[in-house]
Design a binder for this molecule. Structure first.
Ligand SMILES: Nc1nc2c(c(=O)[nH]1)N[C@H]1C(S)=C(S)[C@@H](COP(=O)(O)O)O[C@H]1N2
Ligand SMILES: [Mo]
Length: 332
């Protein structure tokens, strides 16, 4: 691992801005140049970062969920953290889910998403493509709870108890062909309920990807629950990826499709700003974002700033994946 020196242009932590701020200005200018558009003014409001969490989580929705009886599940103590668990209120009211708006308070808007029926498509380089309904999938998968840390590229962090299953179990179910090298994942697209998807200068649907090796790493997890309950819509119900050693934008929400491929997928954020958000996105405090430092992170709840760790502290599990691949591209 190379060590980078702090550079003159590197900004202090306090300068970290929402992922979209600069991009939206740029894309908006492009969109305006292309002809008349309906302006989504709130998209240009910056500085949500740092606001106190607002509102309450939606209990009624949780009760109606047919998977509610499955939780809580047993915690897997192999994955330990040295931080206190973030309050449920913060984790469910301070979110990034651009489908519902490009600010942190999308939790109410996200309730418009209907999560039953919900079908996941498995296709591409697999023995036989198939669709599976979420409740059938939940019956087949080995559910457990894992407390993981999550580090957003915007330099805030939380520590939460996800419930769900190792992504490897889903890869095994899919039976990929030996030539498959990448797993491409896709979020639903429905601009009628997800009003953020009317911001047409974004490349909807949200797409993310991992190498198959990353996907079958023991840490890669599909969350279907959070805090011992079905996962809330704002956190990516009914199923979302969690890859704790990478920046939060890799942990794609509300999945409808997983495709196996031999080509590296173009991801949502890479398509928007490849200079800033790459395919690998492994956490590294020594590689600054082009517009701010990644050296420290702000903990939700306390607001305390603490040092960020290489691979978000999960190097013992994942550093081996990147042997011989040293370079800054791995860390943005
Ligand atoms: N489909 C989708 N997935 C997404 C996002 C998004 O906007 N859309 N935001 C990502 C980002 S930037 C982060 S930091 C995490 C936030 O997850 P949380 O709201 O559950 O904390 O979700 C990620 N997954
Ligand atoms: Mo993020």
């Amino acid at each position: 691992m190379h060590v980078l020196k702090k550079r003159g242009w590197e900004l202090p932590d306090s300068a970290a801005t929402p992922e979209n701020l600069f991009i939206e200005r740029r894309r908006l200018v492009k969109a305006l140049a292309a002809g008349p558009v309906l302006l989504a003014a709130p998209a240009l409001i910056a500085g949500c970062d740092g606001d106190a969490p607002k509102g309450t989580a939606n209990a009624a929705v949780t009760k109606a969920d047919p998977s509610a009886g499955l939780y809580p599940v047993k915690r897997n103590l192999r994955y330990r953290v040295d931080r206190s668990i973030t309050s449920e209120k913060s984790a469910t009211t301070y979110n990034n889910f651009y489908e519902f708006g490009s600010h942190k308070s999308i939790h109410r808007a996200a309730q418009a998403l209907s999560i039953r029926p919900w079908t996941v498509r498995i296709d591409g380089m697999v023995e036989k493509p198939f669709d599976i309904a979420i409740d059938d999938l939940l019956k087949k998968m080995p559910l457990e709870e894992r407390v993981y840390r999550l580090r957003c590229v915007e330099a805030w962090a939380m520590t939460v108890p996800w419930s769900g299953f190792p992504l490897k179990a889903l890869v095994d179910l899919a039976k990929p062909l030996s030539g498959a090298k990448y797993l491409r994942m896709e979020t639903f697209k429905d601009p009628d309920v997800a009003l953020g998807q009317r911001q047409h200068w974004y490349p909807w649907p949200y797409v993310e990807g991992l190498t198959i090796k990353e996907a079958v790493n023991e840490l890669a997890f599909i969350a279907t629950g959070l805090y011992g309950k079905p996962i809330r819509k704002q956190n990516g119900a009914p199923l979302r990826l969690v890859v704790p050693w990478k920046y939060g934008f890799k942990s794609i929400k509300s999945l409808v499709r997983l495709s196996f491929t031999d080509k590296r997928p173009m991801t949502f954020w890479e398509a928007i700003a490849a200079r800033e958000y790459g395919f690998w996105a492994n956490v590294n405090p020594e590689v600054p974002h082009p517009r701010w430092s990644q050296a420290r992170e702000r903990l939700l709840d306390s607001g305390k700033k603490v040092p960020t760790r290489i691979y978000n502290g999960y190097g013992e599990f994942v550093a081996g994946l990147y042997k011989g691949m040293d370079g800054e591209a791995l860390f943005k």
